[in-house]
Structures are given as structure tokens and as C-alpha cells.
Write a protein that binds this ligand. Structure first.
Ligand code: MN
Ligand code: MN
Length: 455
């Protein structure tokens, strides 16, 4: 099976569309680096499409477009199609959390006159990649009276940034002998927050001063950290990469590339034959356990409400769900010329060769794979080919090399035909991930094809 890259196939006009689409993509991801911000940003975009809260819809009819938010971190958007709900719905489910550094419960301390914050890393990161780079701080603090404060420091040109130090090579003799796991302990991921002491204080003078600044500028006291969510992420915008500007380099593209492209496809596909859903969940990177994860019953509740408001009975749920189709929209790997040995070149996706359709996500004996049926794969390749979507099959690495799970399991367990389909990424989970613009655009077209398909 020989496939060509999008750049080889597309004419100048299409290439321009690819570049234009990615301008919006870069801007949106640069502004929405947390799950809360992404959900709020998506709803803000939805205003142009007259999307309404599901709670305010008394009855649902063809063409209605609605949303429901769960705890500011999960978004379900829906559009009523021409066919009855019992014919099934189309779901595209992505996740909007990304690997990052969170603060520990009691984070602030002083050591050697420097004030630091203890972090707990969120998701599967290679810890050394997060040292010595400029970090921005995103915080949501909730006070005992329920009031909230949103804090962002490090994104404006005039803002300070934060960082974690690394050992100088001159003194790195022992460190160099260690494994990556031992050489970079999680307990060393401490962020420097300041270094000026408070005059006239006896103990912990720098910590006292930083707490004073935090209270003055952010209105928070040390105790307030316990009911807060602080995330540290790479500071700065998502950028073009390569002299031909063919790629995008930046933070959080796993999985916000699929969230963004599915959101745009959802907004841009009106008059759908089937009822369509664009779902964005949280907590994928830590195993999908909580109330805002893909394992939560939230999506089920939303669907029950939709069935009821469209005039159906609660027992219709089973029929609706069994006739539905889903895409688990998450990123996959592409072959890395520097690390070819981990991939099977015949079965790994290539950069710029289109959206990736993944049959097998898990490693070894297909561990944790959902095994989409041949029938469902035939359906997907047929609609993609009809719509001229640039797509390619892909798997995550060689059999014994590892593998990775996605939220596909939690959709498939409802008895919905589900397949993993998303964008290929280089340096996945690094502070700066690399993606081809051709693949971003192909992902968008694939999701549009899925939403608009007549079958
Ligand atoms: Mn992901
Ligand atoms: Mn991931």
C-alpha cells in the first residue's frame, strides 16, 4: 500500500485552505491551554452558530443545535438531524486535558533563600523535557464562600515566566550515569517562584514575601492552595515550524488538535442526516476515572435528555445507542526518522499523509485494543474515500514496544461501533509537540465526512 502526502496531491488552492485553517487552529490552542479554557472557548465560538443550552430547549426538532457542560471541563454539543434518533447518532469524542505540571496540595516552601512550588506531574511525561523552559501559570482558586478567581501569569509579553532548574553539565558526572527514570525524580520538579526576601522577618523570609505578593496580586493566601487547581504549561504561542511552514509546533496538541478539528467540523456541518454529537472530555491523560472523564455517566444523561426532548421514551436509549457510530478522536504517532527502530514502517503512519485510522492501539497481544469490526472499518473507508479525505492506516509502534490506550473503550462499551481516528503527532506529550498542517486539515475533513455522511 503506497500512499502520497497531502502536499504532493493538493493544488495551490487547497494548500492555501490548509494554511488558512491552521491560522485559526494555532490561535485557538494558544489561547486555550487548559480544559476549562478550551470548553469556554468552544462555547464562545458556538455563539456564531446560535448554539443553546440544552436546559433551555423544551422540545428538540431537526436543525436544533444545543450544548451541555459538565463542571466547566466537559462539553457535549449536539445537532438534531433529519432522521429519527432511533436510527442512531454520530459521536466524535476527544479529550481536552493535556500533560502538564500541577501543584501539590501544600506546594509553597523556601530552600536556600529561594521560594519554590512543589508540583505533581499530570499524565505520562518525560520529566527532563520540562526543565529549564519558560512556564506559564494557570490557576483556578475557589474560596470557602464559593467565589472563584482565575489567574493567568506568563502569557503576556510583560508577564514573568516560571521554570524548573537542571544540573549544569560541569557537575553532571553522576547524573549522566543514571537511567532517565532515576536521573530525573518527580520530587525534583520544583518550580522557582521568587527570590526576594521580606525585610524584618526572621524565618522563611522569601516565602513570606512571595505569599505577600500572591495575596496582593492574586488575592490568595497559603491555605487557599488546597481548594485550587494550578497548572503550569509551556509559556507562549503555538508557532509555525519548518522553513516551508508546513508544521505546527506547540503545547497541548494531544488531544486539542482532535477537539478543535471536531468542533470546527461540527459547526461547519449543518443539515445533517443523523443527529451529531461533538464531545470533549477531561482526565484522559490520567486514566479516565473521575466525574469529568469519559467513564462518567454524563454523556448517557445528556442522551437521555435529548431523547426525551425529541419526543421519545426512556427505553429508546438502547435502540438509539445500538444504531450509533462513534469516532474516538485522539492522536496517534507518526514515524520519527530519528527513532525508526520502535515502529513497523509498513504499519505506522507518516507525517503529512493524512488523518490516521487506528485499528490496534494497544501493544503485545493487542492489550486494551477495542477491535473495531471489519464492517465498521469498511464503512469508514468508504465515506472517507467518497469525500476525498486524505487518510492512512496506522498503529502505535512495534508489537512489543508498548502501545497506548484511548477513551475508545468507554464509548465502545455502550455497544456503539467505535474506531480511533485522529492526527499523527511527533514528540507526543513533550512540552512542544509537532504536527503537520496537512494532517490537521485532513482530520477536519475526516470528521466533516463522518458528520455529513448519508449512511
Ligand atoms: Mn490523547
Ligand atoms: Mn496523550
Amino acid at each position: 500500500m503506497k500512499r502520497k502526502s497531502g502536499w504532493e496531491i493538493w493544488d495551490k488552492k487547497t494548500q492555501k485552505r490548509v494554511f488558512d485553517f491552521c491560522e485559526g487552529y494555532k490561535d485557538f490552542l494558544s489561547k486555550n491551554k487548559t480544559e476549562r479554557l478550551f470548553v469556554a472557548g468552544a462555547l464562545d465560538k458556538g455563539k456564531n452558530h446560535t448554539i443553546k443550552p440544552l436546559d433551555t430547549c423544551k422540545k428538540l426538532k431537526q436543525g436544533d443545535i444545543f450544548y451541555k457542560v459538565n463542571k466547566e471541563k466537559v462539553l457535549v454539543m449536539g445537532r438534531m438531524g433529519a432522521k429519527p434518533l432511533k436510527d442512531g447518532c454520530k459521536f466524535i469524542v476527544s479529550h481536552v486535558d493535556s500533560p502538564r505540571l500541577d501543584l501539590k496540595t501544600n506546594p509553597i516552601y523556601e530552600d536556600e533563600d529561594i521560594c519554590l512550588l512543589k508540583t505533581y506531574y499530570y499524565g505520562g511525561i518525560k520529566k527532563y523535557q520540562w526543565l529549564t523552559i519558560p512556564l506559564a501559570m494557570y490557576g483556578t482558586v475557589v474560596f470557602k464562600n464559593g467565589q472563584k478567581r482565575e489567574i493567568v501569569i506568563g502569557e503576556k509579553e510583560t508577564d514573568p515566566v516560571f521554570c524548573i532548574t537542571d544540573l549544569l553539565p560541569h557537575l553532571g558526572k553522576d547524573q549522566a550515569k543514571k537511567t532517565i527514570e532515576d536521573g530525573f525524580p518527580g520530587e525534583n520538579l520544583n518550580i522557582i517562584i521568587g527570590s526576594i526576601p521580606l525585610k524584618g522577618k526572621e524565618k522563611e523570609k522569601t516565602k513570606e514575601n512571595i505569599l505577600k505578593i500572591l495575596e496582593e496580586t492574586c488575592g490568595i493566601k497559603e491555605d487557599d492552595f488546597i481548594s485550587s487547581e494550578f497548572q503550569f504549561v509551556p509559556a507562549g504561542k503555538i508557532r509555525d515550524a519548518g522553513i516551508d511552514k508546513s508544521m505546527v509546533l506547540g503545547y497541548g496538541q494531544d488531544d486539542r488538535v482532535c477537539a478543535y478539528t471536531s468542533m470546527m467540523a461540527f459547526f461547519d456541518t449543518d443539515k445533517t442526516p443523523y443527529t451529531t454529537f461533538c464531545v470533549m472530555v477531561d482526565q484522559e491523560e490520567i486514566g479516565s476515572r473521575g466525574a469529568t472523564s469519559a467513564q462518567s455517566e454524563f454523556l448517557k444523561y445528556v442522551l437521555e435528555e435529548v431523547i426525551e426532548k425529541a419526543g421519545g421514551k426512556p427505553s429508546d436509549f438502547r435502540t438509539v445507542i445500538q444504531n450509533s457510530k462513534a469516532i474516538s478522536a485522539d492522536v496517534d504517532t507518526v514515524i520519527d526518522p530519528n527513532y525508526k527502530e520502535v515502529s513497523d514502517p509498513r504499519n505506522t503512519a507518516k507525517l503529512g499523509h493524512g488523518v490516521v485510522l487506528t485499528r490496534i492501539t494497544g501493544g503485545r497481544g493487542k492489550g486494551h485494543s477495542i477491535e473495531p469490526s471489519a464492517e465498521y472499518i469498511a464503512y469508514i473507508r468508504d465515506i472517507f474515500d467518497r469525500d476525498g479525505v486524505l487518510w492512512q492506516p496506522g498503529e502505535i509502534g512495534k508489537i512489543e514496544q508498548g502501545g497506548g490506550g484511548t477513551i475508545a473503550t468507554y464509548i465502545a462499551r455502550y455497544n456503539i461501533d467505535t474506531i480511533d481516528c485522529g492526527t499523527g503527532v511527533l514528540s507526543m506529550h513533550a512540552p512542544y509537540e509537532l504536527i503537520s498542517k496537512a494532517d490537521v486539515y485532513s482530520t477536519y475533513l475526516a470528521y466533516k465526512s463522518f458528520y455529513s455522511a448519508k449512511k
